[in-house]
Design a protein around this ligand. Structure first.
Ligand code: PHE
Length: 339
């Protein structure tokens, strides 16, 4: 039996040499120490031994068992280590490898200039209002004192959804929507898309953007309009900018005006940018027509206000000396990356 035990020990040592994975180690353990394992098999025959032999063989079998057990444990932790090292090696990140460049987009020039305008007006205490691009005829025309058949409708032909629903031709309908739901004091700007069925050329697009402004309170006068817009122009085009208010006509303001600034390119001397005029038209404005206030249930005996409308494309074209409006909408990176 001693002989058999020694053979098992030798076989175990030899078999262990071939174990290279945890799974193999487990089969090895079952083969030698399992319930039907080789060592257990031998110990079953112990009953046949004499009383003197039994403790000796028992001791020997126990020694072999603990020898195999400690070998298994040692090998098991070595295999664990190997696994871990392999994992670390596989998951290693080479921090010296060049990264993949993630191109970051830029703001569209229209967005850049709009952000600037918003900053200026927010700095003067204005809030931002919004209105729908698909608008009712009532808000786009009727409530702005432009009834059906009014000649002002001819210059603002648009896309009709049906007789009463259209794509707004101006941001002025937001004036009405704001005055309907909010009583004075009102001090808002309303930027957004507007539409007109104009043929596309270097200065016209059926889709463009305006920024509407509206101030309504007690005691608002034309000098508030002039002071506010003069301050705005100086912030946008520089302190030296001069402003000039010319009489004009809009159905929803009375009196109405257009605002020119001294040409920022030549300081008013006359150049290519201002077509030798020395002045450049910036926006339309006026005192809110009493009838418009009335329509919105604001008493024109108590309140007055001024409004203005700025074209974003024209402002941006002037700012960056862009000579074709179509460039804004073509998504050509050679153009867009310049801003
Ligand atoms: N809505 C006018 C236009 O599109 C501009 C404007 C706005 C004029 C507000 C006066 C007051 O031409």
């Amino acid at each position: 039996m001693k002989q058999q035990l020694n053979e098992i020990k030798q076989a175990a040592v030899a078999a262990l040499g071939n174990v290279s994975s945890k799974a193999e180690l487990e089969s090895f353990r079952i083969e030698f120490l399992g319930k039907k394992g080789r060592l257990t098999e031998i110990l079953r025959g112990m009953g046949k031994l004499s009383a003197e032999e039994r403790p000796v063989i028992g001791q020997m079998a126990n020694d072999i068992r603990s020898f195999i057990e400690s070998e298994i444990e040692a090998l098991s932790s070595r295999l664990d280590m190997q696994l871990l090292e392999k994992k670390i090696a596989e998951e290693k990140i080479d921090v010296t490898m060049p990264g993949k460049r993630q191109p970051i987009g830029k703001k569209h020039p229209l967005t850049k200039v709009l952000d600037e305008l918003k900053d200026i007006f927010i700095g003067m205490g204005f809030e931002i209002a919004e209105g729908p691009e698909v608008e009712l005829d009532y808000y786009n025309f009727e409530a702005l004192n432009i009834p059906k058949g009014h000649p002002a409708r001819d210059t603002q032909d648009t896309f009709y959804i049906n007789e009463n629903v259209l794509l707004r031709t101006q941001t002025s309908p937001v004036q009405i929507r704001v005055m309907e739901r909010q009583k004075p004091p009102i001090k808002i700007i309303a930027p957004g898309r507007v539409y007109r069925s104009d043929a596309v050329d270097a200065t016209h697009s059926p889709l463009f953007h305006q920024i509407e402004g509206l101030v309504v309170d007690k005691g608002i006068t034309m000098s508030d309009l002039k002071g506010t817009l003069d301050a705005f122009c100086k912030k946008l085009y520089g302190d030296k900018t001069k402003t000039r208010f010319r009489p004009h006509h809009f159905p929803f303001t009375e009196p109405s005006c257009e605002l020119d600034i001294s040409c920022p390119a030549c300081n008013g001397k006359g150049c290519r940018v201002c077509k030798n005029e020395g002045w450049i038209e910036i926006l339309g404005a006026g005192m809110v027509h009493p009838r418009v206030l009335q329509i919105c249930n604001i008493d024109p005996q108590i309140y007055s206000g001024f409004a203005f409308g700025i074209g974003l494309e024209r402002t941006t074209m002037r700012r960056y000396e862009i000579d074709d409006i179509r460039l804004f909408y073509e998504n050509d990176l050679r153009f867009l990356l310049q801003f």
